[in-house]
Each structure stands twice: as C-alpha cells, then as structure tokens.
Design a protein around this ligand. Structure first.
Ligand code: NAD
Length: 340
C-alpha cells in the first residue's frame, strides 16, 4: 500500500492506494474516524460488485453501515436525489456523528460529498472511488455538487473528504470507455504539469499499466494545484480546466490544443504528440461531422468559467506547463471548434 497526503486551507487528508483495500477499508477509516453509523452511498453497477466487502469490514470494526443505492449514471446527480438520500439517512438513524462513504465513480463522489456537506450542516465524507477518473481527479479537492437543469455542477459546495481509499483491484471491472476517460484526465495532468509523465505514457504498454504509482503521481499533481487555491479563486486551480471550457459543452469529447497553437505557440510537434497520446488511449480527437456545433456555445454560456463575461481559458505553450490566457475570444473558440 502506498499513500500520499492532500493539504488544503484548513485540512490535511490521506489518500491510500493499493490492491485489495476494500476488504480492510474499516482499518483505514478507524485511523481517522471513530465507529459510528455510516451511509454507504453507491450506484446500481458498483454496489452489487463492491459494497459487500466494505459493509463486512465496517461491521466487524464496530461501525453500523446502511447501504443507499442510486441508479448508475449522471441522471442521479440531482438536488432531488441528494434530498432523498438525506431523508433515508435520517430514517436509518444517522446523526451529526455519522459518516458518509461514497463508493462509486465521480457521480457518486460528487453526490455523496454534497450529501455529507449538507446533512446536519456537514458530517465527514470518505471517498472510495471506483473509476480511474474518480481516483485521479474527482475524489481529490473537495468539490461536491449536483447538476442543475441549466448545466452540470451548478449547485454545490466545497467539502473536503476525511480520507480517500483507492483500491486498484476495482479497476479490473471498469469498461474500457470509462478507463479511457480516466486516462483523459491523466493526459491532461501530464500536459499541464509533468512532461516526464507525458513521455512515460507515450512509452506505456496499455496492458501492463502499474496503476498505484500512476494514481499517486496524479493525486500529487492535483494536490499541488489545489493546495493554495481550495476555493478556485486565485486562478491556479483553473489550470485543471484545461480542455474543459469547451469540453463540458461537448461532454469532454475533444481537446483544444488548437487554441494553444494559435495563442501561445504550442509547437506542431507537441500538438501532434498530444493527439497521438489521446488516440493511443482511445480518446476522440475530432467531432463527428454532423455534430451540432452551435449547441457547444449554448452550453458555454452557463459555464462557471465565464466569469463576468471573461473567459478564463487554459493554454499550454509546451507539454508540461500551462497558464491562463486573458486573450482567448469566443471567436477563437469558434474557429477551433470548426476545425475539429
Ligand atoms: P460515473 O460515476 O458515472 O461512472 C461511470 C460508469 O462506470 C457508471 O455507470 C458506474 O456505475 C460505472 N462504474 C464505476 N465504477 C465501476 C467499476 N469499478 N466497474 C464497473 N463499472 C463501474 O462517472 P465518472 O466518469 O467516474 O465521473 C464523472 C462525474 O465526475 C461527472 O459527474 C463529473 O462532473 C464529475 N467530476 C467531478 C470532479 C470534481 O472535482 N468533483 C472532477 C471531475 C469530474
């Protein structure tokens, strides 16, 4: 087992990473939180596969777990669902001393974290992420929330977890498409912060990826970025939005290195290397010909990154570094999207 720490304004928490950690989850939790009632929030794909060992471990250690399962998928990330979970927790006798454990991908992490933040004005949240994306990205940093009809993640709160447990065994059942999504974020981290990891990914044998050290490195990259900008106010955390400003509009389908070419002179060689790496990990690099491009711009208007009409666009001048550019216009984005 390896572990690393995440430090934010007021808090320090551990991320433990290893194989087979579900069966001993309570040991790690007990080192941080005393036995109490706890809600394991999970989804219909994950709970049947992975909830039993977590429940067993918790019960044996003196915790009283109740399992709350929601339908798998983004449609469960709603205010209504968060309310239903809170009501179920109250019915099960949970109180201010209780714990919420999120067992699932980013949807469950965001939803269960939001519930932990609002239940009785805030109780501890333990994240047990089960997708690669959730391990390297969404479980770190404390952003929790649900979707609004107007757009994704528009209702939420920052509530840091008390502990994150990454069991790499879990990744074995993850569909290839979901694994690729996680690699998308890993490649993003490499582009904005770690040229060496970028080269390692270029050379990696996809069938023999050693996940534990890779996850730790990505947790560290995200931890450094959020360390001084927990509430996303100083521009530093915004670097994590590389590829997301337009990407949210088209569900993270493509990357926007075209803008970095135009604005900050990203070389053609680096640009091609990024495209090759995305393709190696089976990530799309083009929009389908008949994709409704105008819808991207409708979605952009609701994006939190458009503050006071200003776009906080992340550009990369070379692989391994990134910064915010003040002079990317909506026309630049339009031109780049046309080319995809
Ligand atoms: P997800 O939670 O929907 O999981 C993807 C699918 O995989 C689901 O059907 C799930 O049931 C299934 N699944 C999960 N683990 C599995 C496993 N081990 N084996 C088999 N199937 C499994 O999606 P995701 O990609 O993990 O997360 C996306 C969500 O994360 C979005 O809602 C996004 O907004 C959020 N997010 C949040 C942050 C943050 O900082 N809070 C960052 C990035 C993304």
């Amino acid at each position: 087992m390896i572990s690393t720490e995440v430090r934010t304004g007021g808090q320090l928490y551990s991320v433990v990473i290893g194989a087979g950690l579900l069966a001993t989850a309570a040991d790690a939790i007990k080192a941080n939180l005393p036995p109490s009632r706890c809600a394991i929030v999970s989804d219909t794909n994950v709970a049947p596969r992975f909830a039993a060992p977590v429940q067993k471990s918790l019960s044996a250690a003196g915790y009283e777990p109740v399992l709350i399962t929601v339908p798998a998928g983004e449609q469960s990330k709603t205010l209504e669902k968060a309310g239903t979970i809170c009501e179920e927790m109250l019915r099960a006798g949970l109180d201010r001393r209780s714990i919420v454990i999120g067992l699932g991908g980013g949807v469950i992490g965001d939803l269960s974290g939001f519930v932990a933040a609002i239940f009785e004005r805030g109780i501890p949240h333990v994240q047990i992420p089960t997708t690669l994306l959730a391990m390297v990205d969404s479980s770190i940093g404390g952003k929790t929330g649900v979707n609004a009809r107007a757009g994704k993640n528009l209702i939420g709160v920052v509530h840091q977890p008390t502990l994150v447990i990454d069991d790499v065994e879990i990744l074995k059942t993850l569909p290839q498409h979901e694994l690729s999504q996680g690699f998308g974020e890993i490649i993003k981290h490499a582009i904005i912060a770690d040229a060496k990891m970028f080269r390692q990914l270029q050379d990696a044998d996809l069938k023999k990826v050693d996940f534990a050290p890779l996850i730790r490195r990505n947790v560290e990259i995200k931890a450094v970025i959020i360390a001084n900008d927990e509430l996303d106010q100083k521009g530093k955390r915004a670097l994590l939005n590389f590829g997301h400003t337009v990407g949210h509009g088209i569900e993270r389908a493509v990357d926007y290195q075209g803008i970095s070419n135009m604005k900050v002179g990203l070389s053609k060689k680096d640009r091609d290397a990024i495209i090759d790496l995305l393709q190696k990990f089976q990530l799309p690099t083009r929009l389908p010909p008949n994709f409704p491009r105008s819808k991207i711009f409708d979605a952009l208007r609701f994006d939190k990154k458009f503050e006071r009409g200003q776009i906080r666009f992340v550009v990369t001048p070379k692989i391994g570094s990134a910064h915010l550019s003040p002079d990317v216009t909506i026309d630049d984005i339009q031109a780049a999207v046309e080319k995809l």
